[in-house]
Design a protein around this ligand. Structure first.
Ligand code: C2E
Ligand code: MG
Ligand code: MG
Length: 752
């Protein structure tokens, strides 16, 4: 620069002033020109560089960029778009693409839609279409935005330019989500994923729609945090919930837990959560399913209620009592304390139930349950064994058995007097009573069943010692009970063997002729000899064996009657058969008997069915209906042991009886006791009024016969004539006794 200034001053000196100025101006001009040129060149270079940069930027953009002619021909495309279309370079692509509308869009109409928007608005944004990857024809999804580029001077559209981005993955994911959504919406429960982060916090990853439904979230509140979820869990259930979750986390074992929630709407629900944990770099994700199990839980609770509680009285049932007694025995053993069982049986419950209806019977049982609960207090549990049997279990009564027995008897006494108070059962006022068996335990007992059995035996003792009593279990009665048990087994064998036989006790008319017989069952035990029916019939009735016995008796009796009817000398003889009410209550009784009558072709008017007075206590309508049906066959009915039970004249009138048998007890004292005499006379008068035939039982001597004869009795039965005897003997007795009138003087009375 300094060299240049020196040479310029030298030049000025040499050329003079004007020349100097011209020269200087030329220099300045040149310098400015050069400067301008340099500047222009720099700017040009910078612009070129910028254009190159832009082109490079466009070329390297992730999104596809294009320019196309207005008629749909691709003019330029960046690398991303070239790749999107499956080509290697722009030239190859531009050479291959002819018409975008038909070659690119899966639905060619999309192109028209696209162009319409573009023409209308001058631009299109986020236009999603399914297109072909041009080269491979693979279907993909894209979103494109574009604008029309116009001539800046005249505004005429020149071409389109725009960007394209492939969103196949997003669309597929969305489609998948939609599918999952559709599928999960069909599930009754909810799917979820939640994570325990390495820092111990929890976060929800995924919840299906059903999840919200299960926990009763309103539709609009679909998002839920883990904390919000825990808030819904019933407070008492939270510790167990967290324990089970922690256990699953620690052992990475499947999580399966049931708990209760209270929904935002206030409803209580039982839920079950089932999930599989998966560990992932310090975090654990549970993938699982949440379901509403309220219905199942309710059912399970109902089943448990049914399994352990009596539905009528809501008292614990036999099963629960057994469990609780077993626990009480174990506890008594451990603590050295004494407890007791009180077995309570209501007297005459069946009478009430049958005469007043089941509704009244149920009310009575419920009130009994309440009274027993009251007198037991918190010291024991009251349970219902079924029917009219209740058991009270008392624990922790005393240290020693005698004192425990005293306490238990005191409770039994309280219970008994509570049950004696009048029960108001709607319009019915009922005075009941009960029999109670008491047994104490100190833990040395073999088990609950045995203890209940002992209490039952004691109750049986109380009952047989007259109703309305209490009996303390006596080990000696175990022997009696086991005898009964042995006898029952033997009776089973006797029915199938030939140890049972039907004997016949004659019934005699006022003239002394045999007009009928009562069939009486005999059991010849191979070791014990003859066992009276008074022993084995009640046992059979108690244990359900009476049906088989009844069938046996009826079949033998009708067979005998058929034989007698074939002989003119005995064809008129009536046969009375004793029928237990249990047999008669059996639905097959009427059809079975009808079949027998038809099979043997007997004249059924010679068949009399004898019922004890307890037949009155049964469902009278059904009894009357069955009797009416049998009456159509001609069968007669007799009321046995009249005067001993609960027969009332009203009931007697309601049922179609033909005959009544005055109980032997009245006959026995007819000579000696005025009251019995009066009673027998009244019964006989009443029988006449009601049009019933009267039969006197247990006629043992002539004086009795004379009294009865005098009072109008028509038929006589008893040892005065004969005990019950085998059929052959009975027939011989009959033919000897029923001699024609002219031979009657030759008759010799058989000794009783
Ligand atoms: P029941 O029907 O009142 O029968 C009359 C009972 O009195 C019979 O007793 C009979 O042997 C007895 N007896 C007859 N004459 C006299 C007498 O002069 N004095 C006394 N003291 N007793 C007399 P048995 O045979 O022991 O029967 C007892 C009860 O057993 C019967 O009483 C009846 O209720 C029942 N029984 C007998 N056989 C059957 C049967 O086949 N089926 C059913 N269900 N019960 C039967
Ligand atoms: Mg009888
Ligand atoms: Mg009798």
């Amino acid at each position: 620069m300094s060299a240049c200034m020196i040479s310029a001053s030298t030049f000025l000196q040499e050329t003079g002033a004007a020349g100097v100025w011209v020269t200087a101006a030329g220099i300045v001009f040149s310098a400015v020109l050069i400067g301008a040129l340099i500047l222009y060149r720099r700017r040009y270079r910078a612009a070129l560089q910028e254009r190159r940069n832009t082109a490079e930027l466009i070329e390297n953009l992730h999104d596809g960029i294009y320019r196309s002619s207005l008629d749909g021909h691709q003019l330029a495309a960046n690398r991303a778009l070239v790749r999107l279309n499956g080509y290697e370079n722009e030239a190859e692509m531009l050479a291959s693409v002819n018409d975008i509308a038909t070659e690119w869009y899966v639905d060619p109409d999309r192109r028209a839609e696209f162009r319409d928007i573009l023409n209308r608005d001058g631009r299109v944004e986020d236009f999603v279409s399914e297109v072909y990857r041009h080269k491979t024809r693979e279907r993909i999804w894209i979103t494109e935005s574009a604008r029309i580029v116009c001539d800046p001077k005249i505004g005429k559209p020149l071409y389109y330019e725009g960007s394209v981005r492939e969103i196949t993955e997003t669309i597929k994911r969305r489609q998948l989500e939609e599918q999952i959504q559709k599928l999960t919406s069909q599930l009754p429960g909810g799917l979820f994923q939640f994570r325990r982060n390495p820092n111990g916090s929890y976060s929800v990853q995924y919840l299906s729609h059903g999840f919200g439904r299960v926990i009763g979230l309103p539709e609009e509140r679909s998002i839920l945090t883990t904390a919000q979820f825990v808030d819904l869990i019933v407070r008492e259930d939270r510790p167990a919930y967290f324990r089970s979750l922690t256990s699953s986390r620690r052992s990475l074992s499947p999580w399966d837990h049931e708990f209760r929630v209270r929904t935002p709407g206030g409803e209580s629900r039982w839920l079950r959560i089932v999930a599989k944990p998966e560990q992932d770099e310090g975090a654990i994700t549970w993938h699982g399913y949440l379901m509403d199990i309220s219905a199942r839980k309710k059912q399970a609770m109902e089943i448990e209620e049914l399994a352990y509680f009596d539905p009528l009285t809501r008292l614990p049932n036999r099963r629960m009592l057994r469990d609780r007694t077993a626990a009480a025995i174990a506890c008594a053993r451990k603590r050295g304390r004494v407890g007791a069982l009180l077995f309570i049986d209501l007297d005459n419950f069946k009478n009430l139930n049958d005469s007043q209806g089941h509704h009244v019977g149920d009310q009575y049982l419920m009130q009994v349950a309440e009274r027993l609960r009251e007198c037991t207090g918190e010291y024991g549990i009251v349970s219902r064994m079924g029917g009219d049997e209740f058991v009270i279990m008392l624990e922790d009564l005393a240290d020693e058995l005698p004192e425990g027995s005293r306490h238990a008897l005191a409770v039994a006494d309280r219970a008994l007097s509570a049950l004696r108070d009048t029960f108001v059962l709607g319009p019915v006022h009922h005075r009941g009573s009960a029999s109670i068996g008491v047994v104490t335990f100190d833990g040395s007992e073999s088990g609950a069943e045995e203890l209940v059995r002992r209490a039952d035996i004691a109750m049986y003792e109380a009952k047989s010692g007259g109703r309305n009593g209490i009996s303390l279990f006596d080990p000696a009665s175990l022997e009696l009970e086991s005898q009964r048990f042995r006898l029952l087994n033997d009776l089973r064998a006797a029915i199938s063997g030939d140890q049972l036989a039907l004997h016949f006790q004659p019934q005699v008319d006022r003239e002394g002729h045999v007009c009928g017989a009562e069939a009486l069952l005999r059991w010849r035990h191979p070791e014990l000899g003859n066992i009276p029916p008074g022993i084995f019939i009640p046992l059979a009735e108690h244990c359900g064996l009476i049906h088989e016995i009844g069938d046996f008796v009826l079949a033998r009796a009708i067979a005998a009657l058929a034989r007698w009817q074939r002989n003119p000398a005995t064809s008129h003889i009536r046969l009375a058969v004793n029928i237990s009410v249990q047999s008669f209550a059996n639905a097959t009784f009427v059809p079975d008997l009808t079949r027998l009558v038809q099979e043997y072709g007997v004249d059924a008017s010679c068949l009399t069915l004898e019922f004890a007075e307890n037949v009155m206590a049964r469902d009278q309508e059904r009894t009357a209906a069955r009797m009416a049906e049998l009456k159509k066959l001609g069968i007669r009915f007799s009321l046995d042991d009249f005067g001993t039970g609960y027969s009332s004249l009203i009931h007697l009138k309601k049922l179609p009886f033909d005959e009544l048998k005055i109980d032997g007890g009245f006959v026995a004292d007819i000579e000696t006791r005025e009251s019995d005499r009066a009673l027998v006379r009244t019964i006989l008068a009443m029988a006449t009024t009601l049009g019933l035939t009267a039969v006197a039982e247990h006629v043992e001597d002539d004086k009795q016969r004379i009294f009865l004869h005098l009072f109008g009795c028509e038929i006589f039965q008893g040892l005065l004539y004969s005990a019950a005897m085998p059929e052959e003997e009975f027939l011989a007795f009959t033919s000897a006794r029923n001699v024609p009138a002219e031979a009657e003087t030759a008759y010799i009375r058989r000794p009783a």
